[in-house]
Design a protein around this ligand. Structure first.
Ligand code: ADP
Ligand code: MG
Length: 334
């Protein structure tokens, strides 16, 4: 099904003429990888760079996927050790830094728990309490380490880069576009948006933040060259006995994080950092996350059932949508 969708998208692109915005040529290319639909829009006519950046995204999926049998991560999880690529070495280091900065809310070795819930399969289910207890113990003792070009896992540990891989991919894709002379582009990898330069007319980009209630936007942020990454419980989930279970796991309990947040958007220059932090902040809850965000110098939009909390650093850049009146209150924090 995914392959078919990807093919359809490619065909659609092949027959779509590129259009122009003002006098600037605009071209959008699409694909599906990392379990998400992806698009790259370039301004100024460099179609090949847009296509090549998506090929890079597909390659990174093949290299980093936890379920793909030919991937380096799959090999590492099977054998406990692998001679790593530069990408894997970088991501393992970033995963460990994030784990430290977030007091373990981000855990790069979360896979035993993710697997137990079936989030990487078609068979999602609530595990038993004893299964969860054993996996929580395993994950909390897990360690992934780098020694020269080797990555090693402690006994039983399983790496899962799902919390940072898309962010990292968008960082590398933006780098590729810049190296090809693209000055103005927008990369969108399902919840991960990365902008390059400014709009062709020099204006800032306006990036929408989706409403977790599924009806339009809660607001927009205007940014220059930036990464805007959202993690939400409304994005990937399943319902059993009337209870919603989502894919962001609290490593301390083994259950989907229950911090009162339904969406976290992190705004930072590095998409790898923004991606990892959006996942971790979701687990930590607003107050601890806001403290951490201030320390790290990143901006955040937190959404609960009835409130939106925006860090003061982007107060002037955030515009609430008029439709949220009476649905959400907006507060500026930190
Ligand atoms: P998405 O991938 O849907 O954009 P996230 O960036 O929040 O959303 O990443 C969620 C993924 O990260 C999960 O599918 C899982 O692979 C992984 N993950 C879940 N919980 C954690 C956690 N506490 N620490 C690190 N990775 C996690
Ligand atoms: Mg993430």
């Amino acid at each position: 099904m995914k392959k078919l969708l990807a093919l359809l998208l490619i065909i659609t692109i092949a027959v779509l003429p590129s259009c122009t915005e003002g006098r600037t040529e605009v071209y959008t290319a699409y694909t599906v990888a990392m379990d998400t639909s992806a698009s790259v829009t370039v301004y100024g006519g460099n179609k090949q760079a847009a296509e090549d950046s998506l090929r890079l995204f597909e390659q990174l999926d093949k290299e980093l996927s936890v379920t793909g049998e030919g991937s380096l991560v799959y090999f590492l999880n099977k054998n406990g050790e692998v001679t790593a690529s530069d990408n894997l070495l970088y991501l393992v280091n970033q995963g460990n830094i994030l784990k430290q900065e977030t007091n373990g809310a981000f855990n790069p070795c979360i896979y035993p728990l993710v697997r137990l819930w079936g989030f990487t399969t078609d068979d999602k289910k609530v595990p038993s309490a004893s299964e969860l207890e054993a996996a929580v113990t395993l994950v909390s003792a897990s360690d992934v380490s780098v020694e020269r070009d080797k990555v090693r896992l402690s006994d039983g540990a399983l790496l899962d880069l799902g919390g940072i891989a898309k962010g990292y991919a968008s960082d590398l894709m933006a780098q590729l576009l810049a190296e090809r002379g693209v000055e103005s582009a927008i990369i969108s990898l399902g919840g991960n948006v990365k902008t390059l330069g400014t709009k062709p007319n020099g204006a800032e980009w306006i990036v929408g933040i989706n409403s977790p209630k599924g009806n339009g936007l809660v607001g927009t942020v205007s940014v220059g060259e930036m990464s805007i990454v959202t993690s939400g419980s409304y994005l990937r989930n399943f319902t059993e006995n009337g209870q919603l279970y989502h894919h962001i796991i609290d490593p301390a309990t083994g259950y989907p994080a229950d911090s009162g947040l339904v969406s976290v958007t992190v705004i930072a220059p590095s998409a790898t950092l923004a991606d990892g932090l959006s996942t971790a902040f979701f687990v930590m809850g607003k107050d601890k996350a806001a403290e951490c965000a201030e320390k790290l110098g990143v901006d955040v939009v937190f959404i609960t059932e009835s409130s939106i909390f925006v860090t003061k650093g982007i107060k002037e850049k955030f515009t609430p949508d008029s439709a949220i009146e009476g649905v959400y209150t907006v507060e500026y924090i930190c």
